[in-house]
Design a protein around this ligand. Structure first.
Ligand SMILES: NC(=O)c1ccc[n+]([C@@H]2O[C@H](COP(=O)([O-])OP(=O)(O)OC[C@H]3O[C@@H](n4cnc5c(N)ncnc54)[C@H](O)[C@@H]3O)[C@@H](O)[C@H]2O)c1
Length: 251
C-alpha cells in the first residue's frame, strides 16, 4: 500500500534542524517528496543527504526566507525539480526574549521579517499554484506566545510576530478555502531543540512547571500534528489553531 502522502511535494522552511527537520522527515516517511530549505547551507545539505540515505526523495534549496528574491527563487526551483507543491510548512523562525524597553527597532524589524513577513512571502509565492490545482495544505508554526502575549520570558515582540502568523493563517483559510486550499496553524509550547537548549535552567523550570503534562514537548510531537493536518484525515479542517503544548494554555 502506498504511503498516504505519496505523490505530494512538501516544502518545509527552517528544516535543517530542530522542529523543521522532524517535520520534513515525518512527511518524507509518509511518502512525500520533500524540500529541505534553510539559511544554514551546511546543516541543510547534510539533513537532505541524510534523508536521501534513508531512502527518501529529498532536496536542499538554500534560502533566506525573509528576502522576497530568495523565496521566489526557492519556489521556482522546488517546482522545477519536484513538481507542484501540495504542502507548505512555514516553520523557520527566530526567538527573541527580553523586555520591550531593551529591544531596538533594528531587532524588532529583523524578528518581524523572519517570523512574520516570511510567512506572507511564502504563501504569496505558493498559493497561486495551489489554487490553480484546487488543492493544497498550508501549515504555519506559530507559538503559544502568539496566543497569550508571551509573558513568562518577557517576549512580547516574539509574541506579536507569532500572533500575526495566527491571524494571517485564519485569513488565508477564508481567502483560499473556495479554491480547495486549507490553512492551519500549530502553536507549540516549550519544545526541546537547539533554539531552547541554551535557556537558563531556572527559566526552563518555570515554563515546565506551567505545563500540565509536566515536561517540554519533543520535535516529533509537533511533526505528528503537521502530518495530521497534511493528511486526508484533515480534509475538512481549515482556519484551525492546534495547540501542541502539553496543556500549557489551559493551566
Ligand atoms: N523550540 C520551541 O520551544 C518552540 C516553541 C514554540 C514555537 N517554536 C517555533 O517553531 C519553529 C522552529 O523552532 P526550532 O526550535 O526548531 O528552532 P531552531 O532554531 O532549532 O531551528 C530554526 C531553523 O530555522 C532556520 N532559519 C532561521 N532564520 C532563517 C531565515 N531567515 N531563512 C531560512 N531559515 C532560517 C535556522 O537556520 C534553523 O535551522 C520556529 O518558528 C519557532 O518560533 C519553537
Amino acid at each position: 500500500m502506498a504511503a498516504e502522502l505519496t505523490g505530494r511535494v512538501a516544502v518545509v522552511t527552517g528544516s535543517a534542524r530542530g522542529i523543521g527537520l522532524s517535520i520534513v522527515r515525518l512527511l518524507a516517511e509518509r511518502g512525500a517528496s520533500v524540500v529541505v530549505t534553510d539559511i544554514n547551507v551546511e546543516a541543510g545539505e547534510s539533513s537532505a543527504a541524510e534523508l536521501r540515505k534513508e531512502g527518501h526523495n529529498a532536496i536542499f534549496i538554500a534560502a533566506d526566507i525573509s528576502k522576497e528574491t530568495d523565496v521566489i527563487q526557492l519556489i521556482a526551483t522546488a517546482i522545477d525539480k519536484l513538481g507542484s507543491i501540495g504542502i507548505l510548512v512555514n516553520n523557520a523562525g527566530i526567538v527573541s526574549t527580553g523586555p520591550v524597553t531593551d529591544i531596538d527597532l533594528q531587532h524588532w524589524q529583523r524578528l518581524i521579517d523572519i517570523d512574520l513577513t516570511s510567512v506572507f512571502l511564502l504563501v504569496k509565492a505558493v498559493l497561486p499554484h495551489m489554487m490553480e490545482r484546487r488543492s493544497g495544505r498550508i501549515i504555519n508554526i506559530a507559538s503559544v506566545a502568539g496566543l497569550n502575549g508571551g509573558g513568562l520570558l518577557g517576549n512580547s515582540c516574539y509574541a506579536a510576530a507569532k500572533g500575526g502568523v495566527i491571524a494571517f493563517s485564519k485569513g488565508i483559510a477564508r481567502e483560499a478555502g473556495q479554491h480547495g486550499v486549507t490553512s492551519n496553524v500549530i502553536c507549540p509550547a516549550l519544545t526541546e531543540t537547539d533554539m531552547t537548549a541554551s535557556m537558563p535552567e531556572a527559566q526552563r523550570r518555570r515554563i515546565i512547571d506551567a505545563i500540565p503534562l509536566g515536561r517540554a514537548g519533543k520535535p516529533n510531537e509537533v511533526a505528528a500534528a503537521v502530518a495530521f493536518l497534511a493528511s486526508d484525515d484533515a480534509s475538512f479542517i481549515t482556519g484551525a489553531t492546534l495547540e501542541v503544548d502539553g496543556g500549557f494554555m489551559r493551566r
